[in-house]
Design a protein around this ligand. Structure first.
Ligand SMILES: C[S@@+](CC[C@H](N)C(=O)[O-])C[C@H]1O[C@@H](n2cnc3c(N)ncnc32)[C@H](O)[C@@H]1O
Length: 141
């Protein structure tokens, strides 16, 4: 796990919403579920239904199904169900680990991550950055 971090104890409204974009089998979401508190919520979103199914099974096995939810969705087209994020329809923290490099439209993905955040919210990303294109690799190999 390289993108997760312990959030501030609680936001000003008394609970904490965290979104994990491209959650895979839920590793980061499940670890950080311990930080959001019993009133808080972690929402993991992943493109692959099989990943989401495994993440849900992992949450169930860990007894975390009450405050962790996994949804099938694209990170550049995600809409959080209002029932999960209350009236604010926003997150206190968005995390993503090893996913933005896979998206075609990175600008849109970054904009959406920003749009999900409440004012003062935090975005924490771990990913791969490539400075040179494949052609230069081919040339030098
Ligand atoms: C390298 S894995 C990382 C999984 C997880 N974040 C972790 O650190 O264990 C990439 C994940 O991103 C998901 N993914 C790729 N493109 C996506 C997209 N556009 N929207 C949502 N999920 C995506 C894949 O299904 C896969 O589960």
């Amino acid at each position: 796990m390289c993108s997760s971090s312990k959030p501030r104890v609680c936001s000003s409204h008394g609970w904490y919403v965290q979104v994990d974009l491209g959650c895979g089998t839920g590793t980061d979401a499940l670890i950080t579920a311990g930080f959001v508190g019993s009133e808080g919520r972690v929402i993991g979103v992943d493109l692959t239904p099989e990943m989401v199914k495994t993440a849900q099974a992992n949450a169930h096995a860990l007894g975390l199904s009450d405050n962790v939810t996994f949804l099938v969705g694209q990170i550049d087209d995600v809409v959080l169900p209002p029932s999960l994020v209350s009236a604010r329809n926003s997150a206190d923290m968005v995390i993503s680990n090893g996913v933005f490099n896979l998206t075609d439209d990175k600008a849109r993905a970054f904009q959406l991550a920003y749009d999900l955040l409440a004012p003062g919210g935090r975005f924490q990303l771990a990913d791969v950055v490539k400075y040179e294109g494949p052609s230069s690799f081919k040339k030098n190999d």
